[in-house]
Design a protein around this ligand. Structure first.
Ligand code: 6PG
Length: 248
């Protein structure tokens, strides 16, 4: 059974500070237990504040040399492209703290064929995780106004992928393709944290939290870790109309 936890904060700053503190505690617990930790970072604009808080206040409080970071999705653009999730995370977080380059695993976007890049990333994950499915310690995700998460869009074959760990996906009305982790990978995580802010997200958030099924709730409703927790970090604007439990 999935344990779900919804936490509401006045704004993105308060939400990000609370999420950063909680993330640090969780990662440090994993590090104390097993010596290393795996963290999947999300793109989009919402987590920028969290990354800034982590970079400024948690550079020393987390043993980043023992944390392996991955990406949940990526636009198939060069790493210095303004649309690159790698670039966003590098600029907001990684450039501001000390983490060994070998711990940082961006999705490759330099192969001629995006399919080959998806396979290459899957191989990277398979080398890191021995076992049937990777069990990430923590996956950060966002929510689109259309209900997508990572690059899993309604109606896309990527959303129904049962076996691959990483696949090629296409956002509606976008010319470049994307790479994304698949739902089975996300659903094998120990913990998933969604960050959602802004009134424009309220309808999509309401659908995910209330409909509780993949079809009606949208792609993000498919995030139901088998043996993991889901925490929703949301601001009051996104929470409007959502009957959430205040955890702040
Ligand atoms: C991306 C992510 C996407 C994102 C949501 C929310 O855009 O890189 O794939 O899933 O997390 O679209 O984005 P915002 O945080 O910008 O609203």
């Amino acid at each position: 059974m999935v344990t779900r936890d919804v936490r509401v904060y006045p704004d993105v700053e308060a939400l990000s500070r609370a999420a950063a503190d909680n993330l640090a505690t969780a990662l440090n617990a994993v590090l104390a237990r097993s010596g290393s930790a795996s963290l999947v970072l999300s793109g989009g604009s919402t987590p920028r504040t969290l990354y800034r808080v982590l970079a400024t206040a948690y550079g020393e409080a987390i043993r980043w040399d023992r944390v392996r970071v991955y990406w949940g999705d990526e636009r198939y653009v060069p790493p210095d492209d303004p649309r690159s999730n790698y670039r966003m995370v590098r600029e907001a977080l990684l450039d501001h703290m000390s983490i060994p380059a070998e711990n940082v695993h961006p999705m490759p976007t330099d192969l001629p064929d995006p399919e080959a890049a998806a396979l290459a990333y899957e191989q990277t994950l398979r080398r890191q995780f021995q076992g049937a499915w990777p069990r990430f310690d923590l996956i950060l995700l966002g929510l689109g106004t259309d209900g997508h998460t990572a690059s899993l869009f309604a109606g896309s074959p990527a959303l129904d992928e049962p076996a691959r760990w990483v696949t090629v996906s296409r956002a509606p009305a976008e010319s470049s393709v994307r790479l994304t982790l698949t739902l089975p990978v996300i659903n094998h995580a120990a913990r998933v944290d969604f960050l959602v802010t802004g009134a424009e997200k309220a309808p999509a958030l309401g659908r995910v939290l209330h409909e509780g099924s993949n079809a009606a709730g949208g792609p993000a409703a498919g995030v139901r870790p088998l043996r993991g927790t889901v925490t929703w970090w949301i601001d009051e604007a996104a929470a409007s109309g959502v009957n959430a439990v205040t955890g702040a």
